[in-house]
Design a protein around this ligand. Structure first.
Ligand SMILES: [Zn+2]
Length: 316
């Protein structure tokens, strides 16, 4: 009986892996450092090594495994099983699904990592009840996935759905993609910290300086906590929510999903972040008085979203 699926999540620093049951529960997880060589054979070897390790650890037999789902950073062509371009892995035009299949003997599917996380939330997480969701992940960057009519939207070569690179301010803050003023440059966790450090330099009285005096770092968590007692921190958080809110409203106006799901490191702020966002979307979406509201929810798969999502490429 084939009951298990292997999920692989390839990030810039780590390759994470897991085995899930068909109902989405994780049996085991593991990880290894992402090889720094840009030769894809190192990548394939690391993946193969993780798979053997996990099978050994769990005594799951090869014949019980349905296949290997891979989520990779970058532009990924799911139909051809090819990583078209992944800057932080230093690879392009690599038929990774085929290479892993040849090396491991398992049927292999591949998709963009953020799209995998979206599929995971939709099949096993807080997106389960809906046919139309958008996952917005707020971490080092801003990513996400779009599912409309129970179908993942990826665009040509899987390069679409780049939520973080919608324009918020023409000529605004520098974005990692080379353009200026993208949503990512205002709404990522990295951007929140950068903006806070810049604003602190103009305000020597803010209590945020006490944090540095105590040799702690400025993190999104710190800025949100301090916003309850410090004027500058409150202003930064308010502006952060407005900027992110504008991006979410645009997404709603174009796709009108039933729900927006917030994932990534920032989602650890929970309702401190989600509640004002929910309100912002309700107040500003198109035809707000005559159409059903858009639910705004926290993602529920946490750190395992990538692995579970990748494996769920094999779950119907
Ligand atoms: Zn950008």
């Amino acid at each position: 009986m084939k009951n298990y699926v292997i999920g692989i999540d390839i990030g810039g620093t780590y390759i994470k892996s897991g085995i899930i049951r068909y109902d989405g529960t994780l049996v085991v997880t593991d990880k290894l450092q992402t090889p720094s060589e840009s030769d894809p054979h190192y990548l394939v070897n690391t993946i193969s090594c993780l798979i053997s390790q996990m099978l050994r650890q769990t005594s799951i037999k090869r014949k019980e495994v349905i296949g290997v789902g891979i989520g990779s950073a970058g532009a990924v062509d799911r139909v051809r099983g090819e990583v078209c371009f992944a800057a932080n892995l230093g690879i392009q035009k690599v038929p990774l699904a085929q290479l892993v299949e040849e090396e491991t003997g398992f049927a292999t599917k591949i998709a963009n990592d953020a799209n995998c996380a979206c599929v995971g939330e939709w099949k096993f997480g807080n997106g389960k009840a809906y046919s139309d969701i958008i996952l917005v992940t707020l971490g080092t960057g801003v990513g996400g996935g779009i599912i409309i009519g129970n179908q993942l939207f990826e665009g040509n070569c899987g390069a679409g759905g780049e939520i973080g690179h919608m324009l918020l301010y023409k000529g605004g803050r520098q974005c990692s993609c080379g353009r200026r003023g993208c949503l990512e440059a205002y709404a990522s966790a990295t951007a929140l910290v950068q903006i806070t450090l810049e604003q602190m330099k103009k305000d020597k009285f803010t209590k945020l300086w006490n944090v540095l005096d105590e040799s702690k770092m400025i993190t999104p968590q710190v800025v949100f906590e301090m916003s309850k007692q410090d004027k500058l921190a409150k202003k930064i958080v308010d502006e952060y929510i407005q900027n992110l809110g504008e991006g979410l409203v645009d997404l709603c106006n174009v796709f009108r999903p039933q729900a927006i799901i917030i994932g990534g490191g920032m989602s650890a702020q929970g309702e401190n972040l989600i509640a004002p966002l929910r309100q912002y979307v309700a107040d500003h979406i198109f035809a707000k008085d005559t159409t059903p509201p858009v639910d705004v929810l926290q993602a529920s798969l946490g750190n395992d979203a990538g692995v579970i999502g990748a494996a769920s490429l094999f779950v119907d």
